[in-house]
Design a protein around this ligand. Structure first.
Ligand SMILES: [Fe+2]
Ligand SMILES: [Fe+2]
Length: 191
């Protein structure tokens, strides 16, 4: 079967659009996190955004040979439901990642394999695995923001300021970094 006549071609196109929209969604969320001083959350969401950009690029690379002469029309929804409500957006994004990883990309991979495109099936599976990690990370961020444990662990914990590199082991992250004066939003757990 030729890729341009396959269901896999349509799935690739939808996935490409979904990844472009996801990149926009995380850009908005990262900026919302920065606005409330959660710089480490900003960095984490910016990294997710970069991941989604790469996913879009990977799908595009597979798609271009099939659609280069086609008149493709794309009908897609907005990448967000609310703007500025980070907790709500974290939940919405995690739900989307869950659906992508366990339902959508898993199904697209099966279709691609059935239609004789094993390399595209592998791509859907690899991207789906990343989306699963995104879901776990978003849920973890949301839960830490919810119960206020992002900078408070209750046991001696090693913290590192991502601005100047200062490290200290305390139950709570310093409110202000003693070395550079950055606020708590810059501090991350030192692994
Ligand atoms: Fe993605
Ligand atoms: Fe994702």
């Amino acid at each position: 079967m030729e890729l341009k006549n396959s269901q896999t071609c349509k799935n690739l196109l939808n996935s490409y659009v979904a990844e472009c929209l996801a990149s926009e969604r995380y850009d908005m969320m990262a900026k919302a996190a920065k606005q409330i001083g959660k710089y480490e959350v900003y960095e984490a969401l910016s990294e997710v955004r970069r991941n989604e950009c790469f996913h879009a690029e990977a799908f595009r690379e597979k798609l271009i040979p099939a659609v280069v002469d086609c008149d493709v029309k794309i009908d897609a929804g907005l990448p967000f439901r609310e703007n500025g409500d980070l907790m709500h957006d974290l939940k919405t994004a995690a739900d989307i990642e869950y659906d992508e990883s366990l339902n959508i990309y898993a199904g697209f991979a099966k279709t691609a394999r059935d239609e004789g495109f094993p390399d595209i099936a592998d791509l859907f599976e690899l991207v789906g695995a990343v989306e699963h990690c995104h879901m776990l990370m978003l849920n973890e961020i949301r839960s830490q923001l919810c119960d206020d444990t992002m900078y408070r662990r209750g046991t001696p914990t090693k913290w590192k300021c991502s601005n100047c590199g200062h490290e200290q082991t305390t139950e709570e992250a310093p409110v202000r970094c003693p070395l550079c004066g950055s606020d708590q939003g810059y501090v991350k757990l030192r692994m």
